[in-house]
Design a protein around this ligand. Structure first.
Ligand code: ZN
Ligand code: ZN
Length: 289
């Protein structure tokens, strides 16, 4: 009798879509490009102003997600938030924004909030890490629901904290909450120096992740090709198969048994320059088949 190799099923393939005009619009937008799950901003990511979400919008959004089987939903936090800072005002605003996002995640039925841990600027790393950990504890206290606070690994930019897996692991351990999870962005990890272009390279990269953080903490992938070569520290996303990671890289990533079944969220520029589109989803789906 022939042995059947057990390949885990491919996870949901989705995208970041606009929620402009109200969160129910995000349902139409993800369906229009053929995505199975989604990520949204709940207000402009480049401003501090909170957008009001009405109970009617919450009900319509939840109904749409259920009807079209679009779980998991993620909220991406503001780009302005920086919980690594020691500046009192920026820190307070960042904690407030993240606690609000986490509370909103529970309200709209989202799995969690994905955020960047920020920039240390001219502080030393240990101070910045301590700031991140105490901020995350405060955010969790202020939003005592069940949604997850998901750390996204950074792209190794100058001053960024949370690029090396060792830093992600330290944050995760020191906060000590089951609600803290991790998102890996293929572009960011590649820019931070983690090669993902072959199965062997992914094995090495994930062995380090497993040692430092634990693969069980990885709950979602951001699927983005990279404009720059390995280890350049540039957070510039490219359409799938058109960047330095390339088609073979994504084929290997989507077939890796530790990654394959996770939700994959596109944050690519799109072939029309309008953000994630049907064509990128199609490429991802073909490479994952
Ligand atoms: Zn992000
Ligand atoms: Zn990302």
């Amino acid at each position: 009798m022939m042995a059947t190799s057990s390949v885990p099923p491919l996870g949901k393939l989705g995208a970041h879509v606009s929620a402009a005009g109200g969160i129910p619009n995000a349902i139409d937008r993800i369906r229009a490009i053929g995505g199975d799950c989604l990520q949204i901003f709940i207000s402009s990511p480049r401003g501090w102003q909170k957008t009001t979400i009405t109970d009617e919008q919450v009900a319509a959004f939840r109904a749409g997600v259920a009807e079209h089987d679009l779980t998991p939903v993620y909220i991406h936090a503001l780009y302005l938030a920086n919980i690594a800072t020691s500046q009192a005002e920026l820190r307070a605003k960042s904690i407030d924004a993240l606690a609000h996002a986490l509370t909103t995640a529970d309200r709209i039925g989202a799995a969690g909030v994905i955020y960047h841990t920020g920039s240390k600027k001219d502080q030393d790393l240990s101070r910045a890490m301590a700031n991140v950990v105490s901020a995350l504890r405060e955010i969790l206290e202020r939003s005592p629901g069940t949604s997850q606070l998901i750390i996204e690994g950074s792209a190794g930019q100058q001053g960024a904290v949370g690029s090396p897996f060792a830093e992600l692991g330290q944050m995760h351990r020191e906060v000590g909450s089951d609600r803290v999870k991790v998102c890996l962005d293929t572009c960011h990890m590649f820019q931070a120096g983690y090669d993902v272009r072959t199965t062997e390279a992914i094995d090495r990269t994930l062995a380090e992740f497993d040692r430092e953080v634990g693969l069980a903490q990885l709950v979602v992938m951001h699927a983005n090709d990279a404009k720059a070569e390995l280890g350049r520290g540039l957070d510039r996303h490219e359409n799938i198969g058109h960047g330095a990671i390339g088609k073979a890289g994504f084929q290997a990533l989507l077939h890796h048994p530790s990654l394959r079944s996770l939700p994959w969220i596109l944050e690519v520029p799109g072939f029309e320059g309008l953000g994630p589109d049907a064509e990128n989803l199609e490429i991802l789906r073909k490479l994952g088949a």
